[in-house]
Design a protein around this ligand. Structure first.
Ligand SMILES: [Zn+2]
Length: 385
């Protein structure tokens, strides 16, 4: 073998080994911090770690902070005899402890259903379905109940939102927990909730001096309570880092912003705040690419979003799908008039669960390949400014 070819092959091998190790090391380190709930120490640790990676690649970084109110379940349960069965406080539920007999409300908790039982001062146990959670709760309150438990109709825990503050503690439980609640049995319902102001932070990486980016690559770094968020959405965050790494000394790197959004799980708040606070900057964007759950192949990689950008992707032979594949941070940009697409590999079985601990670095690399190809095409049809 010619020495020059050998040297080139060796360099290539080293390069790919390094890239491989880096992605895996990044994930391993970040996952040890725990669920990256907005406002939590783990969330900040992950951002600090990734910020250092962007800086090591030669990017400047900037943080933009914002504050929002959030309702938190601090750990709620129902005690049956000596057993403590966990559940989830319904969002907007009152907090409180109620020790009283269980009344299994027939049907789904309509006023007629409540008329057939006496729930006064008791814990009303109602099946999910037919009526909104709030209406079931209001019917229970009108009938004099002291607390409400709503049982899921599909396997797993029930996380729900009432939408309006209620005077009753309301717990959502799994069918398994629900089946342990016998009519007439005394239970203790503990709903522990708190209102807090979340201090959230977006991280932005860019080449020094760039104030009119052509493209923006983004992903949310925050996760839901109890879920380590390997696929949702460390996979997307690491895709953004991987793109930044490969683009570091290219026109794409020179003309793009790389962002890790906070507060996505609380309502796309990071991207909404960024769009609101940076109207001049987002006016120069030709494309926003969002990465959310790209590390597990629940379905093959798809792109969805603004049709002009999907046309560019389709012309380049990239996978696109017209159907709406979920709300994520690209929506904030689309609403502000920026062409935006979301990269997505479907909802895996561990979505928002404690089991979201695994992602495939190769799928992250593959996603970065597709994004860079689309970025090339966007740059080619867009004159420099
Ligand atoms: Zn997500």
């Amino acid at each position: 073998m010619h020495p020059a070819i050998r040297a080139a092959l060796l360099a290539l091998a080293t390069l790919s080994t390094t890239a491989h190790a880096t992605l895996e090391d990044d994930a391993r380190t970040i996952l040890t911090y725990g669920p990256r709930v907005a406002g939590s120490p783990a969330n900040e640790q992950a951002r600090t770690y990734l910020e250092a990676q962007f800086r090591a690649l030669g990017y400047d970084t900037r943080r933009e902070t914002f504050t929002y109110p959030r309702f938190d379940d601090l750990g709620s349960d129902v005690q049956v005899g000596t057993q403590t069965l966990t559940g989830r406080a319904m969002q907007d539920s009152a907090g409180g402890t109620v020790s009283a007999a269980v009344v299994r409300v027939p049907g789904t908790g309509t006023p007629e259903d409540f008329a057939r039982v006496d729930v006064k001062g008791r814990v009303a146990v109602i099946m999910r379905g037919q009526l909104p959670f709030l209406q079931k709760t209001q019917n229970a309150l009108s009938a004099g109940a002291a607390g409400v438990i709503i049982i899921n109709t599909t396997p797993g825990e029930l996380r729900g939102t009432l939408g309006t503050r209620t005077a009753l503690p309301v717990l959502g439980v799994s069918p398994t927990t629900g089946s342990a609640l016998q009519d007439g049995q005394t239970v203790t319902l503990n709903v522990r909730v708190q209102d807090s102001d979340v201090q959230a932070t977006n991280l932005i990486a860019f080449k020094s001096g760039l104030s009119t980016p052509t493209m923006l690559f983004g992903a949310h770094l925050d996760s839901v309570p109890g879920a380590p968020g390997a696929n949702d959405n460390l996979s997307g965050s690491l895709t953004v880092l991987e793109i930044a790494r490969r683009a570091a000394n290219t026109p794409i790197g020179a003309r793009s912003y790389f962002m890790l959004f906070d507060g996505e799980e609380d309502g796309l708040l990071g991207s909404r705040n960024f769009v609101k606070d940076n109207t001049a900057l987002i006016g120069t964007l030709k494309a926003m690419m969002n990465f959310d759950m790209v590390g597990v192949n629940a379905a093959p990689l798809e792109l969805a979003g603004t049709s002009s950008l999907l046309d560019t992707a389709r012309t380049a032979g990239l996978p696109t799908n017209g159907r709406d594949i979920g709300r994520s941070d690209h929506v904030s940009f689309q609403q502000a008039g920026v062409p935006a697409v979301m990269f997505y590999r479907g909802e895996d079985a561990n979505y928002h669960q404690p089991g979201d601990t695994i992602y495939d670095p190769q799928l992250v690399r593959d996603t970065a390949d597709v994004a860079l190809k689309l970025a090339d095409d966007v740059l080619n049809v867009t004159p420099a400014h």
